[in-house]
Design a binder for this molecule. Structure first.
Ligand code: ARG
Length: 472
């Protein structure tokens, strides 16, 4: 490259490449277009526009309250900002990359619309506390939506479980048939899991509900602002108590992403079970047509793509959490532009878990259960533990009872027979402790009802627990 070409390209990028934005007064030239594009968060943080505008209106009202704006200026700002909100909602707003982010884009437009008063809006404020405010307000709303989506799934699970208090199915350990449970009991396990998720999101909400504005860039301001007034107007429960923490803290994002990661894992486990249950090998459920996909080549296929995708998308959410933890781990206080990476992780996690929760909640009430197949699968050797416990009740030490039933199972399995095939006489051949009443324990219904300790699958208890959840 000779000198004159390099000079040419330099002047092109400096003068015509980028438009000036509001904050480049100390620079002689513009940025390289590539730098401008790389630096901008506008393509994604425009999603915060409503919250940015709400925050700015509250800020302007506070500035008027303390005398830094006249009431008329604050009114002009609020009116201008509301018009801008409509412009953006209607798709009439012209976004320009030179503005870097949604904060500067809105401020530039406001000044173009209302002039002088617009230039006063950023008094005693930095984009560092502004973006923390916007993201907290946005996430507050979204966390409430996630909690609602979880409640929706819980409602669907409760409705299904109520119909299946006595639908017997095998419970598994190591994916081997273990002991009979009911479908309702199995579903209650998920209800408990999602209830813990709900709690985690509520806790994340409480820690998100903290008002950072007034921290300025990092060290607050000499101007006599009233932070509590802003918090009141924006319905925040608390003020951030340290200006450095206020702009550098993203723990609330990590709280949300951790909770989202756990929820995604729960959704993934649920999807995995439904996929298994829908196989010919299990045959426990029939997927409704509206939720299944065909194959481009094999005409007979009915594929659970939806569930596979919920399971597969878990990787994104776990990735979002790890990405954000990694962003944070080496950051000196206070604000650093690395933090700009937070928004896409939040959006991605939200856009993954909310639809997953919605769609799987729609699926549950439409699933058809093959209750006979499930009941059949629950019998056989699954009652071995009940039989050992019978002998325990008759006084045999548990380890001995375990040995008696283990031998029984070994011999029956070799002969291709099952526990239910045994006569009383044969039972007594294994232990004299077996009496007439021992035959009735060889029923899955009896087995369910008999496991009535707290947390057990007895239908009476499961119904009670379901009712407790239904009241929430
Ligand atoms: N776009 C920025 C972000 O998303 C806003 C704050 C920018 N502050 C700064 N000093 N560059 O975090």
């Amino acid at each position: 490259m000779n000198k004159s070409t390099s000079n040419n390209s330099k002047s092109r990028s400096a003068n015509s490449g980028a438009k000036r934005n509001l904050i480049r007064s100390r620079f002689a030239g513009g940025r390289l277009p590539e730098v401008e594009a790389f630096t901008a968060s506008l393509p994604f943080d425009r999603r915060l526009y409503r919250h940015d505008i709400l925050g700015s209106i509250a800020h302007a009202r506070m500035l008027a309250k303390v005398g830094l704006l006249t009431p008329a200026e604050a009114r002009r700002i609020a009116t201008g900002l509301k018009q801008i909100e409509t412009e953006i909602t209607d798709g009439r707003f012209r976004f320009e990359l030179a503005d870097e982010d949604i904060h500067l884009a809105i401020e530039r437009r406001l000044t173009a619309k209302i002039g002088e008063a617009g230039r006063k809006l950023h008094t005693a404020r930095s984009r560092n506390d502004q973006v923390a405010l916007d993201l907290r307000m946005f996430l507050r709303d979204e966390l409430r939506a996630v909690v609602e989506a979880i409640a929706g799934l819980r409602g669907a699970l409760i409705a299904v479980a109520r119909h299946h208090l006595e639908t017997v199915m095998p419970g598994y350990t190591h994916l081997q048939r273990a002991q009979p449970v009911s479908l309702a009991h199995h579903l209650l396990a998920y209800i408990e899991m999602f209830e813990r998720d709900r709690e985690r999101f509520e806790q994340a909400l409480a820690r998100t509900d903290v008002m950072p504005l007034g921290a300025g860039a990092l060290a607050a301001t000499t101007l006599p602002i009233d932070r509590a007034a802003v918090a009141r107007e924006l319905n925040f429960s608390r003020l951030a108590e340290n200006s450095i923490d206020a702009v550098s803290d993203r723990d609330f994002v990590l709280d949300f992403l951790s909770a989202a990661a756990i929820t995604a894992v729960h959704l993934s486990r649920m999807s995995e079970e439904l996929i298994l249950w829908s196989t010919s090998e299990f045959g426990f459920i029939e997927l409704p047509d509206e939720f299944a996909t065909g194959s481009s080549m094999m005409p007979q296929k009915k594929n659970p793509d939806l569930l596979e995708l919920i399971r597969g998308k878990t990787g994104r959410v776990l990735g979002d959490l790890v990405a954000m933890l990694t962003v944070m781990k080496g950051l000196p206080l206070a604000y650093n532009s690395d933090l700009q990476e937070d928004k896409e992780r939040v959006f991605d996690a939200l856009d993954t878990i909310k639809p997953s929760l919605w769609v799987i909640a729609k699926l549950w009430p439409r699933l058809r259960f093959r209750v006979e197949t499930m009941r059949l699968a629950a019998g056989g050797f699954s009652l071995a533990t009940d039989m050992a416990e019978y002998l325990v009740r008759r006084g045999l030490p548990f380890r001995e009872a375990h040995g008696v039933i283990g031998k029984m199972v070994r011999e029956l399995a070799a002969a291709g027979r099952s526990l239910e095939d045994l006569s009383l006489g044969e039972l007594q051949g294994y232990s004299k402790l077996f009496a007439v009443d021992s035959i009735k324990i060889l029923s899955v219904d009896h087995s369910l009802a008999a496991r009535s300790v707290i947390g057990g699958p007895a239908p009476r208890l499961v119904r009670k627990r379901l009712e407790r959840f239904a009241e929430k």
